[in-house]
Write a new protein. Structure first.
Length: 403
């Protein structure tokens, strides 16, 4: 019995399309849409399309996929049949979900499906980039080379992700420690001083009154503060889930003084690495740009790449729209232009990616060197200011007693 699927996709000109279509299975639907020259971005059964938005199913990490791909490449290069490779990899997989996926892929390959067709049935484990590269490898008879390239790509993508996460983790921890220390003092330490000052009598200095007022406010309205923070975070998440909100926030992130440099350089590295890997594997340029846009991780960069894709479909070069979008540095645009002119675009893109991987390292170090002393100074001023405010009445008392 045919199943109704909810699908989304793009035309070769970049127009976004969506709809519902009945088919025996997902692969038949994909084949129907491909005949209409529609590049599919998502396909879900209608009955479960809404439920999948709220339920988080198990997935496969980039590290697990990288190890799987590296071992697959080694075994194929050694001459082992595909089914035997998948059987071995399925047996040694630690992730139960991934083990089930590999077993299902093996059974489909045994049943006559191509490897790329079998992988496409598990989009949570294998991305469009992965499936398209495998499809190109099967068509060209160079599957071992493709898996080798994929393993290198995944390893470098994981390394880049770790660098960016590391850059964001350090300042986040410092801010949490600063907020925690300040809150602890205002909630538990300052009230002890307040009781002592009440016994002294007399008028307290202005800094002391300010700190005591903050302490009273936090103790009386901590629930309102917590609720306000949670509400703001929720509102930002909801706004970011919209197309306009994602564009606004991602543009702000790119323009931030120090963090923006890290995000911009990591986006350039991801874009060039992904597109270079796809082109060198034989994936068509328009398909490669569409996949690259969706893996960019930033709405501004994604729009720039989609605009580039639309421009290329009209017969223009890649470099020209990249130059006009004001997202990519001039050096990147120039190197892409040279790559197009010399017919070595994939090689040039990979060189740019290697360069920007190093640039991300330098940007992370620069950000850490700026944030660390700034956070220390801020914590010193806040904590030290509260301590001075608490000791000012004592100095006044000592002067009164000595006088």
């Amino acid at each position: 019995m045919p199943t109704t699927f909810v699908w989304k996709g793009r035309t070769p000109a970049g127009e976004v399309l969506s709809g519902e279509l009945a088919a025996e299975d997902k692969q038949e639907l994909i084949n129907q849409l491909r005949k209409r020259r529609i590049l599919i971005t998502s396909v879900n059964p209608k009955s479960s399309a809404r439920r999948e938005i709220y339920l988080r199913r198990p997935g496969v990490s980039t590290r697990e996929l990288g190890i799987f791909t590296r071992q697959f490449a080694t075994m194929i290069n050694a001459g082992l049949p595909l089914v035997q490779c998948l059987s071995i990899l399925g047996q040694q997989a630690d992730n139960p979900y991934f083990k089930k996926v590999i077993t299902d892929v093996m059974q489909q390959v045994e049943g006559g499906a191509t490897l790329s067709e079998a992988l496409q049935k598990h989009p949570r484990a294998f991305s469009r980039l992965y499936c398209n590269m495998v499809d190109a490898g099967e068509s060209g008879g160079v599957l071992d080379v493709i898996f080798q390239r994929l393993s290198v790509y995944l390893e470098k993508a994981e390394a880049l992700k770790r660098k960016v996460k590391g850059a964001l983790t350090y300042p986040a921890i410092v801010v949490l420690v600063a907020v925690g220390a300040t809150s602890f003092m205002l909630l538990f330490i300052i009230p002890t001083f307040a009781k002592m000052f009440m016994d002294f009598g007399g008028e307290l200095p202005l800094p002391t009154r300010v700190v005591l007022g903050l302490s009273d406010f936090m103790r009386g309205w901590w629930w309102a503060l917590g609720g306000s923070v949670a509400g703001i975070v929720y509102a930002i998440k909801r706004y970011y889930a919209t197309e306009n909100g994602r564009m606004v926030i991602d543009r702000m992130m790119l323009r931030m003084p120090v963090l923006g440099s890290v995000i911009r350089k990591s986006s350039v590295a991801r874009f060039t690495r992904t597109l270079g890997t796809l082109i060198s594997s034989g994936v068509p340029i328009l398909e490669g740009l569409d996949i690259t846009a969706r893996t960019s991780g930033n709405a501004v960069v994604e729009k720039a790449i989609q605009d580039t894709r639309g421009s290329i479909s009209e017969g223009n070069t890649i470099a020209e729209p990249l130059r006009s979008c004001d997202v990519f540095p001039p050096m990147v645009v120039q190197m892409v232009a040279v790559g197009e002119e010399t017919g070595a675009l994939d090689e040039m893109l990979n060189k740019i990616a290697d360069f920007y991987d190093d640039e991300v390292d330098a940007a992370v170090e620069a950000m850490t060197s700026v944030i660390e002393p700034a956070m220390i100074v801020i914590m010193g001023v806040v904590v030290g200011g509260m301590l001075v405010a608490m000791y000012l009445p004592m100095f006044k008392l000592i002067s009164v007693i000595s006088g």
